[in-house]
Design a protein around this ligand. Structure first.
Ligand code: GLU
Length: 549
């Protein structure tokens, strides 16, 4: 077979040689040991939380070594393309401050010298290398129709052999040049397939950076390289792009291990140096029966990266949580270095686990609580407003109507030695802070169980209402409550009541509970003195004087 002739027949439009293409994507001029990494999401309209793991690993590897971290959009699958999906990816990664050095931008080729960074804009590049493979007798056109492929697939199933285009099922593998010319002349469409040198039963050895030495089945199927519209498959595009973009470390989920034999075969046949592969284990979720399963897009809302933004988790909280899963020594480091930027942490691939980590929302909550607790009222206000503008417009307008008031209530319990750690997500705040607004305030909880307290509730309010002054300092405020309680037969200290319950109607805590319920509508609230200070005389007095209980 005259492969050169076949190549020019199929790729008459390709004028560039592989050498010329290589020269357009020169080796990068980077310091010794610098790593070039990428994330290469497909715009499917859904960004999985799990995507953040390879993203963060890639970012750390590149930036810790003085290398480059780039974003490539793998949009070769027309069928999976979704309107707005690229924007979704870009905004998700922007939100987590991943800091790309190169790559795709919305509706543009992108920035950097190794673009375009959209695979759909790189067809000419793939064709240069497809042509080379044909010239070398390593790829061929396949004219099989969808129906023919389906039929052979069924036959393979019936015969219980590995499905795929190989052996006797690879009917276009040995077409003569004349046959091919004839089919082309009759206008038949075709895909371009790899002529795999692999053999059934063959094994390959491979070393994954995390999983270590692996022995895998060799690829022996003639995988499609270019689809009938000339657009490459993911596998072929991966090899060409990661080579030309001079990527040194391919970090991705372990679901790609199954196609790895094809990928390394492609790198070898194309004469490209293989990158290092870093396959990350899946994030697992504990099931009710104590087992484990993958975090699922269908069943778990927290599988979507957007869930964390919608919930208002602080960006650093999510990033730190991911880092704590990636490197188990991160938490210890964080405890020893509470004030350092996370980027100072010496992230290491060696410390990554080869098996799936358990997803733990409670841990994320704890990390986030610690982070939100350290925010100033001003920062909290800004974060909350930014969040609410997207997810709770009504609350955003309340915040903007009276920023000083909002900052006052957001400041309660902040700034001291032991700041309050009660919020993990900003989305908890509109509910938690609702009682600061008269139109949202309502009595939501019950009075304490104690019958005597229930009977006295009205009197507690009316007596206190006569005593209340907004000018009282904390001690005076508390003295009033305690003394009033004592006059009504309530122990000044809970301890006294516990030791001798028959001698009292209740204790000072019960008095506060009644006041708290009237003032906030709830049985739990931030410090009551502070809350009353922020609410101010009029609001408090009105609430005390209602016809409650
Ligand atoms: N486009 C692939 C994806 O959607 C990328 C896999 C890789 O990182 O090589 O996950």
């Amino acid at each position: 077979m005259d492969y050169k002739k076949l190549a020019s027949l199929l790729f008459s439009h390709v004028t560039e040689t592989p050498e010329e293409t290589e020269a357009r994507f020169p080796r990068r001029n980077l310091p010794e040991g610098a790593k070039v990494t990428r994330i290469a999401p497909s715009p499917t309209g859904f960004v999985h939380f799990g995507n953040l793991f390879p993203a963060l690993v890639s970012e750390r590897l590149a930036h810790q070594s003085g290398g480059i971290f780039l974003l490539r959009i793998e949009d070769t699958d027309e069928k999976r393309k979704v309107e707005g999906a690229v924007e979704l990816i870009l905004s998700a990664f922007r939100h987590y401050e991943l800091g790309f050095d190169e790559g795709a931008l919305a509706n543009e080729e992108g920035f950097g010298n190794y673009g375009p960074y959209y695979q759909s804009l790189r067809a000419h590049v793939y064709h240069v290398f497809a042509k080379q493979l044909v010239e070398q007798g390593l790829a061929y056109p396949c004219f099989c129709t969808h129906e023919e492929l389906e039929a052979s697939h069924s036959a393979q199933e019936a015969a219980k052999v590995t499905p795929g285009y190989w052996g006797e099922w690879a009917t276009c593998r040995d077409l003569s040049l004349e046959e091919i010319e004839e089919k082309l002349a009759s206008g038949m469409s075709y895909t371009l397939r790899l002529k795999s040198p692999g053999k059934p039963g063959g094994r390959i050895r491979f070393t994954d950076t995390i999983k270590g030495d692996l022995e895998l089945d060799e690829n022996f199927t003639d995988a499609v390289l270019l689809k009938s519209d000339g657009i490459p498959t993911y596998h072929f595009a991966h090899a060409v792009d990661d080579h030309l973009m001079r990527v040194t470390h391919v970090v991705r989920g372990e679901e790609w291990l199954s196609t790895l034999p094809l990928h390394v075969q492609l790198f070898d046949l194309l004469g490209f140096r293989r990158p290092k592969y870093v396959h990350i284990a899946h994030l697992m979720k504990r099931t009710e029966d104590g087992g484990k399963r993958k975090l699922s897009k269908r069943h778990d809302p927290e599988a979507a990266l957007s869930f964390y933004q919608e919930s208002g988790y602080p960006v650093e909280g999510v990033r730190e949580y991911v880092m704590s899963v990636l490197n188990s020594n991160f938490e210890e480091w964080r405890r020893a270095n509470p004030a350092l930027d996370m980027k100072e942490f010496p992230f290491s691939i060696k410390k990554m686990s080869a098996s799936g980590a358990l997803f733990d929302l409670n841990k994320l909550d704890d990390i986030s609580k610690n982070i939100l607790a350290l925010r100033s009222a001003e920062e909290m206000y800004n974060d909350l407003l930014a969040w609410a503008k997207t997810y709770d417009a009504e609350f955003a307008s309340r915040l903007e109507q009276d920023p000083a008031y909002a900052k006052a209530y957001l400041g309660i319990g902040r700034g001291g030695e032991k700041p309050r750690k009660d919020f993990a997500r900003l989305s908890e705040l509109p509910q938690a802070m609702a009682f600061f607004y008269d139109d949202l305030y309502k009595v939501e909880d019950e009075l304490p169980e104690n019958e005597a307290v229930r009977a006295d509730a009205r009197e507690i309010l009316s007596r206190y209402s006569a005593l209340y002054s907004a000018d009282d300092d904390r001690d005076t405020w508390f003295d009033k409550i305690r003394t009033m309680g004592e006059e009504m037969g309530y122990a000044a200290r809970p301890k006294d009541y516990k030791q001798n319950p028959d001698a009292f109607r209740g204790h000072v805590g019960d008095i506060s509970a009644v006041l708290r319920l009237a003032v906030t509508g709830r049985k739990n609230s931030p410090d009551l003195y502070d809350v009353m200070q922020v609410l101010g005389y009029e609001r408090v007095a009105n609430r005390l004087n209602q016809d409650l209980f």
